[in-house]
Every structure is written in C-alpha cells, then in structure tokens.
Design a protein around this ligand. Structure first.
Ligand SMILES: [Fe+2]
Ligand SMILES: [Fe+2]
Length: 279
C-alpha cells in the first residue's frame, strides 16, 4: 500500500492552511513543498487540466510553446479557481459519495453484528463478532474525522451492496440449525463477504485520497483498511482451526440418517409395489 510521504503531508498541510486562512502570502519553502507534493499525486489531473489552461495562456501570449511545468501550474491554478468558485471536481464528488457509502455500510454492520453474535454457536465466533462491532464503532468515528479533514459533512448514502450482504447473513441464520457448527461456518463466510466489500472500498478510497492530495484522510482510511484485513484473516483462522471440520462431521451424521430413512422408505414403496403387483 502506497503511503503518503512526510514531505507530502507537510506540503498538503501547508496547502490546507493556506486554504483555511485565506493567507495571501506563502513562504518560499512552503511553496516549494506544495509544488513537490502536487507534482506526483496530481500528475495526471494537472496534466489534463493543464491542456485547457495552456490554451488561455497561449491566446494571451501568442506563443505556441507548451512546457510540462507550465501545464501543471496552469492546471493547478484552474483547479484552485474552480474551488474558489464553489465548483466541485467530479473525482472529489465521487470520493465524497464513496465515503458516504462506506459510512452507511459501517452503520449497517454495527446493527447486524450483535445479531450475528447472538446467532453464532461457538464462543470464538461470538467473541470475534463482538470485537469487530467495537472496532466498527471506532471506524465510524474515524470516518467522521475523514469527513472533517476535507471540510465535508458526515452523511450516509444507501449502500445496496452491504444491505444485500447483511440480508444473506439473516437468511443463513434462518436456514441453518441453531447451535450447529454449520451455522458458524456459513456465518463466517457471510462476515467475510462484508469484510471484502470494506477492503475493496477502503483500498480504493486510500488511493483516491492520495491522488486528491488528502493526506490526513489517506492515513485514517489506511488504518481502517488494515483493521478490515486483520479481521478477514482472523475469520479465516477461526473457520480453519476447527469450525469447518466439525461442521463437516455434522453433515455426515445428517446424511447417514437421511440415507437410512430413504432406504426404509424405498423398502416400503417396494413392498407396496409387490402387493399391488400380486393383485
Ligand atoms: Fe468496517
Ligand atoms: Fe469490517
């Protein structure tokens, strides 16, 4: 996972400070740092915006020469202009929407995890669900910090994917015998589906935060990403240590019983058939 460098963090802070205070003066050191950070993380966006920016420069100067650095500078200037005018870049809008999606998903999980804990058979899985519920509450607070760090209001946006994953978990509880290891094996898979959705979401969000120059947000989101990955590994460990094996034995017992019953039923049918045949 790419981590923002200290240099980038300082530079982003300098940029943020400037935005917040509206200071018209910037020290040459801060200015240099700002240029360093944006050159890498905003390379693509700056180059893209720079194309448009260059046209205006060109029309004013009458020069046809284009340099990469002037393209980047023009692009940044235009981007700043857009922000000043209250225009929102599409990638920033998508980033905020994706934050709202995962903010909703975490809230949905906080409600679902206690139900999953109650339904779980083994103490190991119950503990894992309880621990992750507490961790999820902290992740919600961390997301609120992310919203604050980019001056956005923490809001939820319906996440149909997480709703679907939680519905699947509810169906598993209904369709598996209470107190069985099969239920735990199935609940672990349901929980891992939720973790994988979160891992994909946070993984993408970290990269977008870096691209957009939101270094503080990137650090916070990366912290949660690591927790989600650890939870996923823990669930795999629990499943593989004993739950799956014991669930498999349950299956054999049930299958044996079913087989005997079927045999018996078949014999009855056979007898009935013989009787009918004789008549
Ligand atoms: Fe989470
Ligand atoms: Fe999670």
């Amino acid at each position: 996972m790419q981590k923002p460098t200290d240099n980038n963090s300082d530079a982003a802070k300098a940029t943020e400070d400037k935005k917040t205070t509206g200071a018209s003066t910037t020290s040459s050191t801060d200015k240099d740092k700002k240029d360093n950070s944006t050159d890498e993380s905003k390379k693509t966006a700056a180059a893209e915006k720079g194309g448009t920016g260059d046209k205006s420069t060109e029309s004013k100067s009458g020069s046809s020469a284009k340099s990469t650095s002037s393209a980047k500078t023009s692009g940044k200037a235009q981007s700043k202009e857009q922000e000043d005018e209250g225009e929102e870049k599409p990638l920033k809008k998508f980033f905020v929407d994706a934050l709202k999606d995962i903010y909703y998903a975490e809230h949905a999980l906080v409600e679902a995890l206690p139900k999953m804990k109650k339904a779980a058979t083994t103490e190991e899985l119950q503990d894992a669900f309880e621990d992750h519920e507490l961790q999820t509450r902290k992740q919600i607070s961390r997301l609120e910090k992310v919203f604050r760090s980019i001056d956005e209001k923490a809001e939820k946006k319906d996440c149909k994917a997480m709703d679907g994953i939680i519905k699947e978990a509810e169906e598993i509880i209904k369709s598996t015998p209470e107190g069985s290891m099969t239920r735990d094996a199935a609940l672990i898979i349901a929980a891992q589906k939720a973790e994988h959705y979160e891992i994909a979401s946070y993984g993408g969000l970290v990269q977008l935060a870096i691209t957009l120059g939101y270094d503080r947000a990137a650090d916070l989101l990366d912290h949660t990403l690591e927790e989600e990955e650890e939870t996923d590994y823990l669930l795999t460990d629990i499943a593989e240590s004993f739950i799956n094996f014991e669930a498999e034995e349950e299956g054999e017992e049930v299958e044996d019983d079913d087989y005997d019953d079927e045999d018996y039923d078949d014999e009855e049918d056979y007898d009935e058939y013989d009787e009918e045949d004789e008549l």
